[in-house]
Design a protein around this ligand. Structure first.
Ligand code: PEP
Ligand code: MG
Length: 598
């Protein structure tokens, strides 16, 4: 029977495909005692499961190298090493000899290993926990006769919609884009990193579906509406026809927007806005350079270490940054240093934290590991000879942090000079404004920081105390809350007074209604996803700055986010009556969603 599952729009596009259900989770293992007579055969069963897992992993490694590259595929080497560990294997055999069934013996040993690795003082060993979990799932599935869900062998042209609880790094590197045409996850929100990655890959995606993995059957036909955040399973032929028509219409609209993308971003009353784009993967560089944007306002570098046990070395990073810089041929490219932690890539030596978003992430982790950080800084300084590069530090909350980062940059320069390597001596340094702390005290940073960029995804999260990745809180994640509008306004005013440029690179910039208020609040530089360049330019070219200014001032007086939204929508609808513009990227109205069920 047809089911409509409502989630959140993560990456636009409408597709019809087949559900590929991926359950990558630890199975529940029963305690099972075996008799003395069964010990030999149980030992044999264990050896054969380990052998099969090794064969399978070698195959997956080869496929991942093909899909994501040799460097990314190295993630599986670690897992192969675990399966060859003599001590681990002997521990399991000993438990089997003490009359435990193979799956129970293996499970107990793995739980024990995971616990001791998680507590290990060495970051490198703590990193192994994810690999241990992957190995545990794989071998247990073989011992218990469970299905192997790896998406690795999907034939090309499968038109698969990957439905899974959450996307992990090791799953991400397996994605074959010729087989998988869309992603649907139980977890996540528009600003969580699965969503950001899906947008970069240009794969339609819906996240925050809560229990989709419980409500779909593998192989079912489904419609994934990434633009509205809906998954429709087992739809009628009529409904498929409606959506196919919509897909064609959206494609035509996209083509129209692409033609506007290269136009100037100037309002009707001649205010010029600089439109940059966000780049998350070096492979996107050429596409982003042709998006119509005037440069890169945010290159996220943490995706370079996706699925890896450690960060790439200086040479590899140098090549990745140079690729993006060269693609933009002298245009501004703002590269942000690693922002690992929070919901981003749980690798890089993170002990489990009770409050990861308030924990050891971004600049904090980089400052505490100077040798790790300086590899990136040296690579950036070297790559910066190829264009107009600026370096930006994430999650700065105080001037001390900025100064320490700057000091490490100076040390990196000395190291490069000693090596006799060519680098750019004058790279401007900026800070992201992502916390109320930084926004309120922006003036204390302004003497030493050369530019600011407001990261609204985190600014909203930290101001409203709403986890940006929690689908249950999505209606509370309101960028139009009075506190956010005031913080942005104050930040812009303070930066202007100090004469330091300020832009916005969070998701707000890519959503028409929110870009409208940002312009009204005085923001003159927006960095948007490559696919939103045309849409945002269309909005800018249709409005007057004075109207946006007036609407923003009225919105600033609103007492609630809903009130502010009404004010802005009313003002923008005087120019645009297109619902695609007025509601683009905002969570779906529950009533509208309900209608889809009927
Ligand atoms: C932000 O927080 O708004 C931002 C741009 O950074 P990220 O989404 O990578 O945390
Ligand atoms: Mg951020």
């Amino acid at each position: 029977m047809s089911r409509v599952i409502i989630g959140l729009s993560a990456s636009p596009g409408v597709i019809v495909g087949k559900v590929h259900l991926l359950k990558w989770e630890l199975p529940v293992v029963r305690h099972r005692i075996i008799s003395d007579d069964e010990i030999q055969s149980e030992l044999g069963r264990f050896e054969s499961a380990v052998k099969q897992a090794i064969v399978r992993l070698e195959h997956i490694r080869t496929r991942a190298a093909h899909n994501a590259g040799e460097e990314e595929a190295a993630i599986f080497d670690v897992q192969l090493t675990i399966l060859a560990d003599a001590e681990l294997l002997e521990n399991v055999r000993n438990l089997i000899r003490q009359n435990l069934a193979a799956e129970r013996a293996f499970d107990l040993v793995m739980v024990d290993w995971r616990q001791s690795f998680a507590r290990h003082p060495h970051a490198m060993l703590r990193e192994r926990v994810n690999d241990l979990v992957d190995v545990q799932i794989r071998v247990l599935s073989l011992l218990m006769g469970l299905d192997d869900h790896d998406p690795v062998d999907l034939p090309k042209g499968s038109n698969a919609i990957l439905v899974t609880h959450d996307l992990t790094p090791s799953l991400t590197v397996q994605l074959d884009r010729e087989a998988i045409i869309g992603i649907a996850t139980d977890e996540g929100t528009r600003t969580s990193h699965v969503a950001i990655l899906a947008r970069s890959l240009g794969l339609p995606a819906v996240v925050g579906l809560r229990d989709a993995t419980q409500r779909v059957i593998a192989g079912e036909r489904a419609i994934l509406d990434g633009s509205h955040g809906i998954l429709i399973v087992d739809p009628s032929d009529e409904r498929v026809a409606v959506y196919q028509e919509r897909a064609v219409r959206e494609e035509a609209e996209d083509a129209q927007l692409r033609s506007i993308a290269s136009a100037d971003a100037v309002t009707v009353d001649a205010t010029r806005i600089t439109i940059y784009t966000n780049v998350d993967l070096p492979e996107e560089a050429d596409q982003a350079a042709n998006s119509g944007a005037e440069g890169v306002g945010l290159m996220r570098t943490e995706f370079l270490i996706v699925g890896r046990a450690s960060a790439p070395d200086e040479e590899e990073q140098y090549r990745a940054y140079s690729k993006v810089i060269k693609a933009f041929k002298g245009e501004t490219v703002i590269i942000r240093t690693f922002d690992v932690g929070g919901d981003k890539l749980p690798i890089g030596g993170f002990p489990a934290e009770a409050n990861p978003f308030l924990g050891w992430r971004a600049i904090r982790m980089c400052l505490d590991q100077p040798e790790f950080f300086k590899v990136q800084l040296r690579a950036l300084l070297r790559a910066a000879v190829h264009g107009n590069v600026k370096i930006m530090f994430p999650l700065i909350v105080s001037l001390d942090e900025f100064r320490r980062a700057k000091l490490l940059l100076e040390e990196s320069k000395i190291e490069l000079t000693a090596r006799g390597v060519e680098f750019n001596h004058n790279v401007p340094l900026g800070a992201m404004i992502e916390t109320p702390a930084a926004a309120i005290s922006l003036d204390s940073l302004a003497d030493e920081v050369e530019f600011f960029s407001i990261g609204t995804n985190d600014l909203v999260q930290y101001t409203l105390a709403v986890d940006r990745g929690n689908a249950n809180l999505v209606n509370r994640f309101t960028p139009l809350h009075p506190s956010i509008l005031r913080l942005i306004k104050n930040s812009v005013d303070m930066a202007n007074t100090a004469g330091v440029p300020i832009g916005v690179c969070g998701e707000m910039a890519s959503q028409p209604l929110l870009a409208f208020v940002l312009i009204g609040l005085g923001v003159r530089q927006l960095s948007v996803s490559p696919r939103s360049v045309g849409l945002i330019k269309r909005v800018i070219r249709g409005i007057e700055e004075s109207t946006a200014f007036e609407a923003a001032n009225n919105a600033l007086k609103a007492k609630t986010a809903a009130e502010a939204e009404n004010i802005l929508r009313e003002a923008l609808s005087r120019t645009f009556n297109d619902p695609n513009i007025l509601t683009h990227g905002l969570p779906m109205d529950p009533e509208e969603a309900e209608n889809l069920n009927s």
